[in-house]
Design a protein around this ligand. Structure first.
Ligand SMILES: [Zn+2]
Ligand SMILES: [Zn+2]
Length: 436
């Protein structure tokens, strides 16, 4: 978006592919109003066609008309891609540029979904974080997340506490349940995201039953996994992921290339078996690594692409694994964008499982990056540039008042009610449905 373009509201920003759409370009200030008798030129370049200097394989001149100072553009948006729209006014001595605007056209499956930002791996002071679960939730809203879950080590109840803290007020942030699961004698870290019961509690309450069931799984996979250590660890992980699914949660395989001292926290042989058996529902493609640990994310991305090249479908998430929202690191650096029909848990979970998500890196001062399937990454980069900044501003306000609510500010409840539905309203403008 160029600076001039900021003085215009352009909606919708997302249109259906291979159809006509009507886009309105509304100036913010009266001196920029479009004139009824103005001579405007609207040129549209679909980015999938190459542009060499001034020569472009494809350029459409769009129909347009002016009504009440707003310019309406009617055009056909071909395929799934970004379109750059140049608007200028013909003057006596040539052309005056008015603005450059970006629109994205989508195939129906993706068009009918909305991008929701979330972090499903984050800690509170109940394990080794710094703040209360409720404070963590409010901070998540402040940085532009639509959903989150507190996932403390071995503990499920902090995630419930985060939900309960906001029971008295209607907020848009979805707070889901969760925990980081640490089964006995198995180093693999596993996230239970949104499951209806604690998996940690199962082996805490009855370790014998756990051992018997894991032993049974070990017996079944014995032929495939000759190594005793990896066999036990894989069997225990399969047990955990099964239990998470019984609770209708999403089981996440955490940070496979996390380097602890002189080696990865689990053997690469185990990671190989994990990819082969895929007992998990989603892979932490981008994990919460500090800057000196960033190699681990690079390895995760490389191994993911290699596994995909073998024909595997691998659902992915990006998470901050933050242990404090005010430390100035990790929190907000990594998250997931899920393309989901709604923000309800079932839709978020099923969208991730059917590979409608990307993992995002948003380290301050560095270029934002999205990782996952090509089609989704291409679209996510557009969203990060053109749509999500305004989404995040709306969330910030709600997050601010959520913290005030926790502090006991008597105005907070009314403010939160007033802000309710902000993202929905913005999204309905961004998508619109002005078919011709
Ligand atoms: Zn962990
Ligand atoms: Zn963690």
């Amino acid at each position: 978006m160029n600076n001039q373009s900021k003085y215009y509201s352009v909606f919708p920003k997302i249109v259906p592919a291979n159809r006509q759409s009507l886009i309105s370009v509304k100036p913010m200030f009266p001196h920029r109003a479009f004139k009824k008798d103005g001579q405007y030129e609207v040129l549209c370049y679909p980015v999938d066609y190459c542009k060499n200097g001034s020569k472009h394989d494809k350029c459409y001149e769009f129909h347009k008309y002016v009504k009440d100072g707003t310019l309406y553009i009617k055009g056909y948006f071909e395929g799934e891609q970004e379109h750059i729209i140049y608007i200028s006014e013909k003057t006596q001595d040539g052309k005056r540029e008015i603005g450059v605007f970006n629109v994205y056209s989508l195939e129906e499956d993706l068009y009918n979904r909305r991008p929701y930002k979330g972090d499903m791996h984050i800690h509170s002071f109940y394990s080794d974080g710094l703040e209360s679960p409720a404070y963590v939730a409010a901070c998540c809203r402040k940085i532009g997340l639509d959903f989150m879950a507190v996932t403390d080590h071995g503990l499920y109840s902090p995630s419930i506490e985060a939900q309960q803290a906001f029971e008295g007020v209607d907020i848009d942030l979805k707070i889901f349940r969760g925990e980081e699961v640490h089964p006995p004698e198995n180093p693999v870290h596993i996230i239970n995201f949104g499951g209806s019961f604690s998996v940690n509690d199962l082996f805490k309450k009855d370790e014998n039953a756990y051992r018997e069931e894991v032993y049974e799984i070990e017996r079944i996979i014995a032929d495939e996994i000759p190594e005793e250590t990896e066999r036990h660890q894989l069997a225990s992980s399969i047990w955990c992921f099964d239990k998470i699914r019984q609770g209708e949660g999403l089981g996440i395989f955490c940070h496979p290339f996390w380097r602890v001292h002189d080696g990865y926290y689990i053997s690469t042989l185990l990671t190989k078996y994990m990819y082969e058996k895929q007992p998990f529902d989603a892979l932490e493609l981008i994990g919460g690594y500090h800057k000196h640990e960033i190699e681990s994310n690079t390895l995760q991305v490389a191994s993911y692409h290699e596994e995909r090249a073998k024909g595997r479908k691998i659902p992915v998430v990006g998470v901050s694994d933050a242990h404090g929202c005010e430390r100035g690191e990790l929190f907000g650096w990594y998250y997931t964008i899920v393309f989901s029909p709604t923000l309800e848990f079932e839709d978020i979970r099923d969208s991730i499982k059917s590979c409608y998500s990307v993992a995002v890196e948003s380290v301050p001062g560095e270029r934002k990056m999205a990782h996952g399937e090509f089609r989704l990454v291409k679209y996510a980069l557009f969203l990060l540039r053109e749509v999500l900044p305004q989404h995040d501003e709306i969330c910030y306000n709600e997050g601010y008042w959520m913290i005030e609510y926790l502090k006991g500010n008597s105005e907070a409840k009314a403010q939160l009610e007033f802000l309710k539905g902000g993202v929905d309203k913005y999204y309905s403008l961004c998508w619109g449905s002005m078919f011709e």
